[in-house]
Design a protein around this ligand. Structure first.
Ligand code: G3I
Length: 344
């Protein structure tokens, strides 16, 4: 079989995955796999605020630059993730943001000035704001009591008000007229009341931003899917179409699949169930008009889900919803993605 990147490209799609500079440097097998299978990469950590500006005014672009050099060598596009987010914040950032509106505005602009100029000729698509929508009641990780409204209560919101999102997108567009500006979020894929409510909240935000001519080009749907959640293709297709109807592109930015705990059934059976879900999801995303799909990692051996205590399962035959297994063999999920790209 052709690599996923070529299967996707042949049909007008793009397949990519998240990687870290460390793994690209230390795991030659993984680096070779990414070089073969992915057409686009996204830094799992190196382009986040904490990585780039660990202390105010001290920028550390070396890990990101190492990843960008690798990408240049292997002719891979790179998308940026993420300029404004409430996680991966260096210790100094929330303190500075709490010092008032003009201080917060200055911090955002100084970060954008440096990062967007530094990466200008190598990253042409950024998650400008990541995960701004508050999780509705009934979500896995509901917001703390008192979080009112559609937006998550973050240091950015507290510093600049709900307009922080528009401020960020305008600041990015002012610095680069042709950057693809993306708003990225999660928990909008399932057929469930919380996901339905989060879709409504996201669409309300997008309609408001569009009505105010806020510069925005695309929406990233993370797609950290969960096998214990129902999935209804028709509902998801309609959602993607609703976003497209606003004149926005849609990317699937962080696809992986979390299984129930403890896993039920033997590995091949679980792999088959996950592959069915992935095929249904990717086919629906493409039917709705998405043209780019990235997985959050590429092999189960190095999935963030292994480190995330909320979901960490033991090593061995444990699934983590990526296209390649621990031995870097193609899983049924790989075939599911290939078939979805081929429209089969
Ligand atoms: O903290 C160290 C830091 O001191 C060191 O300089 C750096 C060097 O690599 O590593 C840091 O370690 C950890 C980092 O991953 C290494 O990659 C951080 O402690 C840890 O918090 C960080 O976790 C990442 C997490 O986002 C928070 O940034 C996960 O790898 C990454 O998979 C996860 O990805 C998020 C997306 O960005 C947004 N969507 C959800 C997704 C999963 O949570």
């Amino acid at each position: 079989d052709l690599p996923l990147a070529e299967i996707a490209q042949g049909r007008g799609f793009t397949y990519g995955c998240a990687v870290t500079a460390r793994l690209l440097a230390e795991e030659p097998e993984l680096a070779a796999l990414v070089a073969r299978e992915a057409g686009l990469i996204v830094p799992e950590y190196e382009a986040k605020f904490a990585a780039l500006q660990p202390e105010e005014g001290r920028f550390d672009t070396e890990p990101l630059d190492a990843l960008l050099r690798w990408a240049q060598h292997f002719r891979k596009s790179v998308r940026g993730h993420a300029l404004v987010w409430h996680n991966a914040m260096p210790d100094w950032l929330p303190i500075a943001l709490a010092e008032g509106r003009s201080r917060a505005q200055g911090v955002m602009e100084a970060h954008f000035d440096r990062v967007l100029s530094h990466t200008r000729d190598r990253i042409r698509d950024w998650d400008v704001v990541n995960e701004p929508i508050a999780n509705p009641p009934g979500s896995d990780v509901p917001e703390p009591a008192g979080n009112s409204g559609d937006l998550r209560d973050t240091p950015w919101l507290r510093a600049l008000g709900p307009d922080y999102i528009a401020i960020a997108f305008r600041a990015a567009r002012q610095r680069d007229a042709t950057l693809r500006l993306t708003l990225n979020d999660y928990g909008v894929e399932a057929d469930s009341p919380p996901a339905e409510e989060k879709r409504r909240r996201l669409l309300r935000l997008l309609r408001d931003l569009r009505a105010r001519n806020v510069p925005l080009d695309a929406v990233g749907i993370q797609a950290h899917l969960q096998m214990r959640e129902a999935f209804n293709p028709a509902i998801f297709i309609a959602f993607v179409r609703d976003i497209r109807a606003l004149g926005l592109q849609v990317l699937i930015t962080e696809l992986d699949v979390r299984e129930v705990r403890p896993p039920v059934g033997d590995f091949p059976a679980r792999d088959a169930a996950v592959a069915l879900r992935v095929h249904a999801f990717a086919s629906a995303a493409f039917e709705g008009g998405a043209r780019t799909l990235l997985t959050w990692g590429i092999s189960d051996r190095w999935s963030w889900l292994f480190n995330d205590q909320a979901v960490a399962l033991g090593p061995g035959d444990v699934h983590r919803g990526l296209p390649f297994d621990w031995e870097l063999n193609r899983k049924q999920m790989w075939r599911a993605l290939a078939r979805a790209f081929l429209g089969q």
